[in-house]
Design a protein around this ligand. Structure first.
Ligand SMILES: [Zn+2]
Length: 378
């Protein structure tokens, strides 16, 4: 779900840093032993990679060839969670190497991405501490994803098109896994699509999965353990935590987002929430909850309310309601029409006008009435 989260955190910091140079400068923190030739070589490779325009997908000479071949977009850490990407955000959050550790079969590079909200304050605002691996191949250091090392001891179970990958401490629930596999098969049939091979990394705590991928720290870490997840649509990978084998929301993204890459987030998140719930709760539970909340807050905009849940905003709940209404009114054909409207608020209002014939000044009243109607349908 929530790549937008990072952008949300950025709002307060971008304006303070926008004037900074976009040139990459990798700072090496005191204490990193660059007198050791192996560590120096690892740091130099990482530095060269960060300067090599890593956001562009190409046969990057600093990355392990087998991973470039294996994945459509080989640097999993860059684009899976961060929006628009980690290396894009480097222009706001400067990288500093904190440590290079030598393990049995790889090196681990830990890097801080941070900025100073106020110059000379001594305070820093941290986007992430990442871990990228490096290995020696034919005498040369090559970078690679740390996910394979961090999950080497995890269990793998294949059910239908999904490979479930989870820590050994988790007891696999085959019934739930089959339920998810059946859900995916039905979704593919409904949309006339072929099923896709998907790897699903999950654990009881989302932070465990985030750290396995290489986010040793990320903005938003900690807090209450609740079901959360995100999707690497390009490579067919799903990550989730606080969940179990049944996590349909992200799988809706795997199938539907590529069909409508420019669709408004209200409809992409909305349809995923309608079909697969969000935050561990169903569509019905969510709209009932929003309905109760908005009745207590007549001053808020139903389309842009805030304050219920830090991670689940109106693009999930109100978006799901709009998708449900479109399906009830005109089936998949009308839902596809909703998906044809682009990003941003103007497109959202245009979609509501075209599909439901409601002018902008009446949208709030319309949504509140529909929330009431659909809540009572439970
Ligand atoms: Zn989502």
């Amino acid at each position: 779900m929530r790549k937008i989260l990072v952008l949300f955190f950025l709002i307060s910091t971008i304006s303070l840093t926008i004037g900074q140079t976009k040139k990459v400068h990798l700072f090496i923190n005191n204490g990193v032993d660059t007198l050791d030739p192996n560590i120096l070589s690892v740091v130099k490779t990482w530095d060269a990679y960060l300067k090599s325009n890593p956001d562009s997908s190409y046969d990057n000479p600093y990355w392990l060839k087998s991973e470039i071949t294996k994945y459509k977009s080989f640097d999993l850490l860059n684009h899976s969670w961060f929006y628009p990407s980690l290396y894009y955000l480097m222009r706001y959050f400067r990288p500093s190497v904190l440590s290079v550790s030598e393990n049995k079969d790889h090196y681990t590079i830990r890097t801080l991405f941070a900025n100073a909200p106020k110059s000379d304050s001594g305070s820093i605002n941290t986007l992430a501490i990442t871990e990228v691996a490096a290995v020696k191949q034919s005498g040369k250091i090559k970078l690679c994803n740390i996910l394979q090392f961090n999950t080497a001891s995890w269990e793998r179970e294949e059910i239908g098109s999904i490979t479930f990958i989870f820590p050994k401490s988790h007891r696999f629930n085959r019934l739930l896994a089959e339920r998810l596999s059946n859900f995916v098969d039905s979704l593919a049939v409904l949309w006339n699509l072929k099923t896709k091979s998907t790897e699903y990394y999950f654990a009881d705590d989302f932070d465990v999965v985030a750290k396995a991928l290489g986010m040793d720290y990320r903005m938003g870490e900690g807090n209450k353990i609740k079901p959360r997840g995100f999707t690497d649509i390009i490579n067919g990978l799903v990550y989730a935590g606080g969940s179990d084998e049944w996590f349909p929301h992200e799988f809706v993204h795997i199938y539907i987002n590529p069909l409508f890459p420019d669709a408004n987030s209200y409809f992409l998140e909305g349809y995923a929430t309608l079909m697969g719930g969000t935050g561990g709760k169903s569509f019905e539970w969510n709209i009932n909850n929003v309905n109760i909340y908005l009745k207590k807050h007549p001053e808020m905009s139903a389309l842009n309310y805030t304050g219920i849940d830090y991670f689940t905003g109106p693009e999930y709940t109100i978006g799901a309601l709009l998708c449900k209404m479109a399906l009830d009114k005109g089936g998949l054909k009308l839902l596809k029409k909703l998906m044809s409207y682009g990003k941003g608020e103007n497109n959202l209002y245009k979609a509501i006008k075209d599909v439901f014939n409601i002018d902008k000044p009446n949208v709030d009243k319309f949504i509140r009435a529909k929330l009431d109607e659909y809540s009572s349908k439970k």
